[in-house]
Design a protein around this ligand. Structure first.
Ligand SMILES: [Zn+2]
Length: 65
């Protein structure tokens, strides 16, 4: 088995691990509550703020080869 790396996808892959700020109270939300992988198109992170309970979603678009 050989590991493969696609440098063109690295920016999208790096953003997967980033935290986000709550749009309501500006508190940092460290980890998503749920992450969905939509094969071939995007990654969706669902966030819940510990400070105020606000829910939000961020989407990382995956580039196509
Ligand atoms: Zn909040």
């Amino acid at each position: 088995m050989q590991l493969q790396c696609n440098p063109a996808k690295l920016p999208a892959m790096r953003s997967v691990g980033l935290s986000t700020r709550c749009a309501q109270c500006q508190e940092w939300v460290i980890a998503p509550l749920l992450t969905e992988f939509v094969e071939g198109s995007e990654i969706r992170h669902h966030w819940v703020c510990d400070g105020c309970g606000e829910t939000t979603r961020t989407v990382v678009q995956l580039s196509k080869d």
